[in-house]
Design a protein around this ligand. Structure first.
Ligand SMILES: [Zn+2]
Ligand SMILES: [Zn+2]
Length: 287
């Protein structure tokens, strides 16, 4: 499969020359089958979702968006997804089950008085459904869904498999706050995380903080980069992408964290950078 990194920033967009190398758009990753030109499965709808339209080659989007949770940085791109907001587009949106109808949840932030239009006002065919833990088939991918600890609303981690390769996506994951320090001091490698990540080809994981920042920022429910690398090592992931960069983190600082996390690990570590495409499977590579 192809993995398009369309938004890699956490919390709120980062604008300015010091952020352009890593990119300032918030969480959005688009997945495409090897034999298809356009992505059909999109993970999260942060401001990076606008970049998915550029991958569509002028065609309408016909696929699904899996929202890991409903925080601003994972939803604010939804009304600006031009390839889906057209009469010939077909979009299915999946929202983590939390006992409230999906459209009611979305309407709390996408609708008057917070926003001029409601989700159903978008053009094209849209459906909005809840998704819960378990194994699902979405857009011909096998998707394992597990709840993971974050903060403020139910958050899902996803493992996506196309039969040849697999990706785990835990964009916002902060086990240290709720579950304690674990073996390395950054949070335990708990059962849901291990199930999502064991043996994956690519782990895309929350790396918002440094180890020294984590104790002072636990309240936001994120991880240190050290946890992302530790989890990758514990679960035998081939490669980990440090994702959900803090909005204040400059290109220089992200590169420094990347270097520090590469300290002789047996797992391949890279910082996620907006605009990159990763090929998984027989011809694995990054562009
Ligand atoms: Zn986030
Ligand atoms: Zn969040």
């Amino acid at each position: 499969m192809r993995v398009h990194l369309c938004g890699v920033r956490g919390s709120t967009p980062a604008v300015g020359a010091e952020f352009t190398g890593v990119g300032g758009n918030t969480s959005c990753v688009a997945l495409a089958h090897d034999d298809e030109a356009a992505p059909r499965l999109v993970l999260d709808a942060g401001t990076g979702l606008r970049a998915v339209s550029a991958l569509m080659g002028g065609e309408p989007f016909r696929g699904s968006i899996l929202l890991g949770h409903l925080h601003w940085d994972h939803t604010q791109g939804l009304p600006f997804f031009r390839s889906a907001d057209r009469p010939d587009a077909v979009t299915r949106v999946f929202v983590p089950e939390q006992g409230v109808p999906p459209l009611e949840l979305l309407g709390r932030f996408m609708g008057p008085p917070s926003f001029p239009i409601l989700a159903p006002d978008l053009q094209g065919s849209w459906s909005f459904d809840s998704i819960d833990e378990g194994t699902h088939v979405v857009e011909d991918f096998t998707v394992l869904v597990r709840e993971i600890p974050h903060k403020g609303g139910r958050t899902m981690g996803y493992r996506i498999d196309d039969g040849c390769s697999s990706v785990a996506y835990l964009s916002d994951h902060g086990p240290a706050r709720m579950m304690g320090p674990g073996p390395d001091g950054f949070g335990p490698y708990h059962e849901a995380a291990m199930e999502l990540c064991t043996g994956v080809d690519l782990l895309i994981h929350d790396a918002q903080y440094t180890a020294s920042e984590l104790p002072f920022r636990l309240n936001f429910g994120h991880s240190a980069a050290d946890y992302a690398v530790g989890l990758a090592r514990h679960c035998g992931a081939a490669r980990v992408l440090l994702f959900h960069h803090d909005p204040d983190r400059t290109d220089t600082e992200v590169a420094a964290i990347e270097r520090a996390m590469r300290r002789g690990e047996d797992v391949s570590v890279d910082a996620a950078r907006e605009g990159e495409t990763i090929w998984l499977g027989a011809s694995s590579d990054t562009a």
